[in-house]
Write a protein that binds this ligand. Structure first.
Ligand code: AMP
Length: 126
C-alpha cells in the first residue's frame, strides 16, 4: 500500500508558515527547529520540506538532492549544538519514530536530535 500524506499535520502547517517555529537552520529542502516539548537540554527536529510520512518513505521516494541535503543539515545541527564527537562534543541520539508501533505522533518524517545530557537506555515501553 502506498504512503498517504496528511497535508493537515502540524509540521506541514509549520512548513506553510501557518504556525511559528524556533528555526535552527533552513535550506532549500530541509528545516530544523526546536522541539516544543524538549526531552533533554538539546532537542531539535530535522524535517524534509517534501511530503514524506516516515523514514522509509523518505529513503524510498525522495530525490538524491533531498536525501543528501537532509543529512548534511542534520550534521550541521549536531555541529551547531556542539554535540558532534568530531568537535569534541559528548554525543547525542538520533531518533525517528514511524507509525503506531513506533510511537509517531506527527505523520511527517522527522529526525529527533537529542543531547546535552546522558540519555540512558535506548528503549522504553512506557
Ligand atoms: P513523534 O512522536 O516522533 O511524532 O514526535 C513529534 C514531536 O513533535 C514531539 O516531540 C513533539 O513535542 C513535537 N512537536 C509537536 N508540535 C510541535 C510544534 N508545533 N513545534 C515543535 N515541535 C512540536
Amino acid at each position: 500500500m502506498a504512503h498517504s500524506y496528511d497535508e493537515t499535520n502540524i509540521f506541514a502547517r509549520i512548513l506553510r508558515g501557518e504556525i511559528p517555529n524556533k528555526t535552527v537552520i533552513e535550506t532549500d529542502h530541509t528545516l530544523a527547529f526546536h522541539d516544543i516539548n524538549p526531552q533533554a537540554p538539546h532537542h531539535v527536529l530535522v524535517i524534509p520540506k517534501g511530503p514524506y510520512v516516515t523514514f522509509d518513505h523518505f529513503c524510498a521516494e525522495a530525490s538524491d538532492a533531498e536525501i543528501v541535503d537532509f543529512h548534511r543539515t542534520a550534521a550541521s545541527v549536531c555541529a551547531m549544538l556542539g554535540v558532534s564527537l568530531g568537535d569534541g562534543g559528548a554525543g547525542y541520539r538520533g531518533i525517528t519514530n514511524a507509525g503506531g508501533h513506533g510511537g509517531q505522533e506527527v505523520p511527517h518524517y522527522h529526525l529527533h536530535i537529542v543531547g546535552g545530557a546522558p540519555l540512558g537506555r535506548m528503549l522504553s515501553r512506557d
